[in-house]
Design a protein around this ligand. Structure first.
Ligand code: ATP
Ligand code: MG
Length: 340
């Protein structure tokens, strides 16, 4: 079964043709990183306009790269939740129109489910249930318990910032370029992870996360190290930091963030007997984390971030479980809705 997966929930316009949920025939991603590097973050209205410009050429290229025509496509899958409202609208309206035009069944998928299913791409067939899946992305930090395919129970979630957001905000404090995750990872390679000690936040629910305190702890430590008062504006701190300090702060922050993740994972493992551990979402590209969690599954780094292949994979496993297509005339978007 060949599915065209379309993704546009944040700042990547992506489309991919995937056969039987695992075999990638094409994968086209147009990122808006260059646009938002200047601003240090995503501007929703600009993101939506960029999706509008890119989406049809991206889909066209995905079909061409897969040596496919519309006749070869069995279904269209599209992200309808969660994400930026304008961004979701462009992807879903395009998918709805194409489904009607080419008379294809349309499947709406949840973005976090897609991140999890990136682990099945490229033929990782030895993943066995039950599973603990850690979704660590720009907007989410969740521990999911999966008894079987398409059966998700949220057993831990962030009570404030997402881990990816924390990487991005700490990078901003250190004056490292957007997106912060890869910049921190690169600087951390040259830094000392033991130089600064940051607290591991306590949460009322032990499996929940809190990252806003860690971000503030880095801010205070930078101000202190630079001999500046806590009222000193964060945007100016980069002018006071040496390269060695930046690298050490990046390494120490990254180590703390990874240690927190692994501590929560170990707690979850005590409570839930599982046979596989999966990581998913943009932060799962982090090589220091991959090094420390050797027994876990990770998507290939190019499928950690947003892409259309994971959308097609998620839809495939839902269809296999009997999911029915959505009416293209009424498909709705849900900017904020939990995975279920
Ligand atoms: N090597 C890395 N190390 C740490 N973080 C990383 C790395 N590469 C990317 N990231 C982070 O991953 C995040 C982007 O991931 P992703 O694209 O999955 O998020 P999103 O789609 O914006 O949010 P969500 O999936 O929650 O809706 C950013 O915060 C980015 O900094
Ligand atoms: Mg994402």
């Amino acid at each position: 079964m060949k599915i065209l997966g379309i993704e546009s929930s944040c700042d990547e316009t992506a489309a991919s043709v995937v056969e039987d949920g695992t075999k990638i025939l094409s994968n086209v991603v147009v990122s808006q990183i260059d646009i938002f590097a200047e601003y240090g973050g995503v501007i929703p209205e600009v993101a939506a306009r960029s999706h509008l410009e890119a989406i049809l050429p991206v889909i066209d290229k995905a079909l061409k790269d897969a040596n496919s025509t519309w006749d070869d496509i069995d279904a269209i899958a599209v992200t309808h939740a969660p994400g930026l409202l304008g961004s979701l609208l462009i992807g879903t309206l395009t998918a709805r129109t194409l489904a009607i035009l080419h008379n294809k069944p349309l499947y709406a998928t949840h973005h976090l489910k897609s991140h999890v299913y990136a682990n099945w791409l490229e033929g990782s067939t030895d993943i066995s249930f039950p599973i603990l899946a850690l979704v660590i992305s720009g907007g989410h930090t969740q521990i999911l318990y999966m008894k079987k395919h398409n059966d998700f129970k949220i057993i831990g979630t962030t009570t404030d910032d997402a881990i990816g957001e924390c990487f991005d905000k700490v990078a901003k404090i250190l004056g490292l370029p957007y997106p912060g995750g890869p910049s921190i990872a690169k600087a951390a390679e040259k830094g000392n992870p033991e130089k600064y000690k940051f607290p591991h936040p306590k949460t009322a629910e032990p499996l929940n996360f809190s990252f806003s305190g860690l971000k503030t702890a880095v801010l205070r430590a930078v101000q202190k190290d630079c001999g500046l008062p806590i009222s000193h504006p964060s945007h100016d701190l980069k002018n006071h930091l040496t390269e060695a300090q930046i690298n050490d702060f990046a390494a120490s922050f990254q180590k703390t963030a990874i240690d927190i993740l692994l501590e929560k994972l170990n707690l979850a493992k005590e409570q839930y007997e599982v046979r596989s551990i999966l990581f998913a979402g943009g932060v799962s590209a982090n090589s220091a984390l991959r090094e420390k969690a050797k027994d876990a599954y990770f998507p290939s780094p190019k499928f950690s971030g947003d892409n259309g292949a994971m959308v097609a994979a998620a839809a495939y496993f839902e269809i296999k479980d009997g999911k029915q297509p959505t009416d293209p005339y009424t498909l709705n978007i849900y900017p904020r809705i939990e995975i279920n």
